[in-house]
Design a protein around this ligand. Sequence first.
Ligand code: TMP
Length: 258
Amino acid sequence: MSRRRQIYEGKAKILYEGPEPGTIIQYFKDDATAFNAEKKGTINGKGVINNRISEHIFTLLTHIGIPSHFIRRLNMREQLVKQVEIVPIEVIVRNVAAGSLSKRLGIEEGTALPHTLLEYCYKDDALGDPLVAEEHIACFGWASQEEMQDISAMAIRINDFLAGMFAGIGIKLIDFKLEFGRVFEGDFSRIILADEISPDGCRLWDIETNEKLDKDRFRRDLGGEAEAYQEVARRLGLFPEGSSEVADLNSERKKRGK
Ligand code: TMP
């Protein structure tokens, strides 16, 4: 048996070469970082939960016609995905002011926005993923105008779908981050959704109590991050009550005294 080749290690995931050309295995770690990795920690069981939540969401998005890199989940922490050339832009979709938007513009967290706001950040850890305008994206050729049209149209459709899905389980979708990639077919390339969608890259608040059910629990030292991620999964109908996976996650957490 030969050891599979690691292609890249990110803050929350490791990418390995897949079994066939053009495929990649995404391994979900429990590592958590915030503020451009200034803050580091682990959220026990996060990788397992995010792998499952992301599988669920990408599968539903496929059903509404959003093309993505997702092929199938392989096991508790891994999924098989299509290899893409990542567009070096993080797309932030906002419905309610929070986080960096509130800070930057002095808008109180929780203020509903009059319409959905799309923001773009240039993916560069050394620069701290700076906010950029579409003008910068065009100027520096990070994505073409046509690609940006596809990206923004998909981001809005994804938001409409996810906001409804989360509202149905008593959760407000405040904001979230998306990444897209290019796949090449002959002389052409097209844009598909990539990366993951999980409580790591979303702000999710309970509709009734505004309790945070996402990575802000870690960023802001609120505690209960593993329980919050598990609650999102539970409301989505994943890891049914009494399943052995939930028992495993709980006993792992107890063992570590968290
Ligand atoms: P922000 O308010 O810190 O800009 O974050 C907006 C949303 O994007 C929030 O749901 C968290 C997500 N996000 C990421 O997933 N990765 C990042 O590197 C950043 C800055 C935000």
